[in-house]
Design a protein around this ligand. Structure first.
Ligand SMILES: *Cc1c(COP(=O)(O)O)cnc(C)c1O
Length: 213
């Protein structure tokens, strides 16, 4: 069931699109099912859960931290995390850099941009992102490899499309200058729109593993 869903999705994606299987709240047996079918990219939004699963599972897995990350928890994932999607403040960048240095790693991150209308979602504004990207990267143990955004939770597909298109255009305008390679946008309910707007990394949970409680 899980493996079939992953295959069904990846078969319809352009080949440059990476599927991050969002496994939060799901038991390790469910992740193993995806792993045994060859899947390697998993996303979690809670540090403790991510660490427990990482410890129990194959070191071949690429773990994506996709949710809001508290600074005091960066140290737990810094030794092994593959990509941090939700870097939403300068202070968090400072901490990721510090923990990267401690672990002798350069940690890949995405800058989260606030693209939704709702005020509750985290992220840099476009203006703040311009300031950040305009400067020379002062963090030697952090590599900004792309951008991440979450659209407004709405049935209005035109609005979602507009939000993704705007982020995609912003990404394109910085891509070459900053050597960006990842545009992470799209979830179970809006991944098709996101891909049509140029996303090359989608984070899909419930469509693969079933709905969460
Ligand atoms: C939970 C979550 C997802 C996946 O959501 P689904 O609707 O289950 O696909 C994607 N991105 C983030 C940041 C999440 O927290």
């Amino acid at each position: 069931m899980i493996a079939a869903q992953i295959n069904r999705l990846t078969e319809q994606f352009p080949k440059e699109v990476t599927l991050v299987a969002v496994s939060k709240t799901k038991p390790i047996s469910a992740l193993e099912e995806a792993y045994n079918a060859g899947h390697r990219d998993f996303g979690e939004n809670k540090v403790q859960e991510l660490c427990q699963k990482a410890e129990a599972m194959s070191s071949e897995i690429r773990w994506h931290m996709i949710g809001h990350l508290q600074r005091n928890k960066v140290k737990y994932i810094a030794p092994f995390v593959h990509l941090i999607h939700g870097v939403d403040s300068e202070r968090l960048l400072v901490e990721v850099n510090k923990q990267g240095a401690k672990n002798n790693r350069i940690i890949d991150v995405l800058i989260q941009i606030h693209i939704a209308e709702e005020s509750s979602k985290f992220g840099f504004s476009y203006a703040e992102a311009v300031t950040l990207l305009s400067n020379e990267n002062p963090y030697p143990n952090v590599r900004v490899i792309g951008l991440m955004g979450m659209a407004t939770f709405t049935n209005d597909k035109d609005q979602v499309k507009r939000e993704f298109d705007t982020l995609s255009a912003f990404y394109s305008s910085w891509k070459t200058k900053k050597s960006l390679s990842v545009l992470s946008m799209g979830m179970s309910n809006d991944y098709a729109i996101a891909i049509s707007s140029g996303s090359n990394m989608v984070r899909i949970g419930s469509l693969i593993f079933g709905s969460r409680n």
